[in-house]
Design a protein around this ligand. Sequence first.
Ligand SMILES: Cc1ncc(COP(=O)(O)O)c(C=O)c1O
Length: 383
Amino acid sequence: MTFQTQLRIPGPTPLPERVVRSMSRPMIDHRGPEFAAILAEITDGAKRVFKTSNDLLLLTSSGTGGLESSVANLVSPGDEVIVALCGNFGERFAALAAAYGANVVRLEFEWGQPVDPDDLAKVVERHPNAKVVLLTHNETSTGLTNPLRELARVAREAERIVVVDGVSSISSIAIETDAWGIDVAVSGSQKGWMAPPGFALVSVSERAWAQQAKARSPRFYFDWKEAKAWAEKGMTPFTPAVSVAFALQEGLRMLEEEGLERVYERHARLARATQSGLRAMGFQLFAQEGYRSNTVTSAVPPPGVDVAAFRKLLDQKYGVVIAGGQGKMNGKMVRVGHLGAVADGDVVQVLWAIEQVLEELDVAPAEGRGVAAATASLQGVPA
Ligand SMILES: Cc1ncc(COP(=O)(O)O)c(C=O)c1O
């Protein structure tokens, strides 16, 4: 019997009660002063999280809409665009650029490995006409965080426009948009922001605006210029996801109450505990050590585990929902999300349930090794 689902996928993330309640309000006029005040509060709060004084646009879409807006506003058909990739979301970014007619230059790494800044430097040098570089901060499909500060520096020093997919990192993993020279950063409301899906958050630098003025891809719904012009009047060009705005406002307030540094530390602590617990139960961590993500842990189960049956039992009997592998890792890997409104005890509960399921599938005895390792990690005992 389970009473409450433990949603441990890497987004959408669980909603705190306060956030759920914030949405139980009547609809308001999205062109009136109440919405304008909410939009201003969200924009200012998100800028503090992005660490940017650039423009920050709120687009009603999932994260991919924010990424698509970057390509639509910065790239012209036939332009060379460098895409550094090491997983499924990097692949998608490349496909998106190709869909807009870009001439995509791929810098590709094995899944589970990070993008190497030295290799990026070589590609950038070999392609002097590629004005735009697309990077993924946190590769959710492999549970890996790329060395973004170094990657952005390489691209920026070569005077390229740096665009970052920060959908599953920004607000959970440290980023310094301006200090690191990031021209465009994109996130999605359903990740660390503790709100439902519905908004893409996009920061745009002066250099990106200059490129935007020159780029010639078709754009309408995602035209940044329209978004900025309407934001200056306290509105969005089209009807926004008003209820999600209520939620994002509340989620941001909670992030500020906890304090960003503490939020980052909590995510790092949860990641370490999850890694320790899974390892103790015979899982192989997938992402290279040193680059493992603080928002999602990827792991290959012990031999004999049928991933689909494992996840099904975990959900049906224990109410714990985790993700499987994506793309070529489908059926071979599990991914445990620990971003947003997730506390220490939640991770222990997930590992406990995983251990029960391993026993029920006759893979390993439930001796409490996973919980013990995770608990020790949470208490700061070195692994
Ligand atoms: C790194 C990354 N990029 C892009 C996306 C796509 O975002 P959405 O599903 O909100 O369009 C996701 C979603 O999981 C993601 O994790």
